[in-house]
Design a protein around this ligand. Structure first.
Ligand code: 5HY
Length: 252
């Protein structure tokens, strides 16, 4: 099977970190094809960044209509439902995938994310995904997303310290890493804390494999049916939804 892994920010180096983490856990028969959004923000750290990233996300799906599944590799799960409308193939958001995986291995987990402002967005997702009973706390290390790639930011040490505090103070049994850019820290933190540390990129890849293995596709009945054809103007004119039969004839 083929998974299209989409980094909705425009930073190629981060896509490489994300793709490495995905390939580390993918089954031998799974091909991971990673893409960096062609439009939007260098890093997604708020509602506005998220909104501006969705065109690039849809474009990446439209450019590869035959993938067996799609993974949105940003912890805000930007455009998740719009993407599920746009294609029949399963679409996984790394935040949703990570939280579900954590709930399978611990009765309580903490999320450790980047900036204080995205901590609030992650709390919204906890509620939206019905995870309030499982998520003990969402924490932030207040490091910008792109500083994760800068050794001088001490990001690794600060994230480890925040995870240790989560175990001590939240009585959590598992940690969810709250940014795709933290994917390469999973093993490092897990070896030191000896509790499950969940990276959403890896979790989303394995859930995508499971859904495809089960022969499940996104339901086209109700709110995730293909978008209704209509005229779009301005910047989005090129994204006007097509007639479903036209779309169906173009994609699987
Ligand atoms: C992410 N931003 O995973 C989120 C992290 C965050 O550009 N990739 C981003 O802080 O919300």
């Amino acid at each position: 099977m083929r998974i299209r892994l989409i980094n909705p920010n425009t930073t190629e180096t981060m896509t490489e970190t994300i793709a490495d983490a995905a390939r580390l856990v993918a089954a031998p028969t799974t091909r991971i094809e990673a893409s960096t959004s062609k439009s939007g923000a260098a890093s997604i750290e708020g509602h506005y960044d998220e909104a501006m990233s969705i065109i690039g996300l849809i474009e990446a799906i439209r450019d590869d209509p035959d993938a067996d599944a799609y993974v949105i590799a940003c912890f805000g799960d930007p455009g998740l439902l719009a993407a599920r409308e746009f294609t029949a193939a399963p679409v996984l958001g790394i935040a949703e995938a990570a939280m579900h995986a954590a709930s399978f291995v611990a009765t309580g987990f903490s999320v450790v994310t980047t900036l204080e402002r995205t901590r609030i967005i992650a709390e919204h997702l906890v509620r939206n995904y019905g995870m309030t009973q499982h998520c003990r706390r969402v924490r932030a290390v207040d490091i910008p997303v792109l500083a994760l790639e800068d050794p001088s930011s001490m990001a690794r040490a600060r994230i480890l310290a925040e995870c240790e505090a989560a175990i001590a103070e939240d009585s959590s049994g598992a940690i969810v890493l709250g940014c795709a850019g933290m994917a390469d820290l999973t093993r490092y933190i897990q070896d030191r804390l000896q509790i499950p540390v969940i990276d959403g990129v890896a979790a989303a890849v394995k859930f995508a494999e499971a859904l495809v293995g089960l022969g499940l596709k996104t339901s086209k009945r109700g709110d995730l049916a293909f978008p209704l054809p209509k005229v779009y103007r301005g910047l989005t004119a090129d994204y006007a939804p097509e007639e479903p039969q036209l779309k169906a004839s173009r994609i699987r």
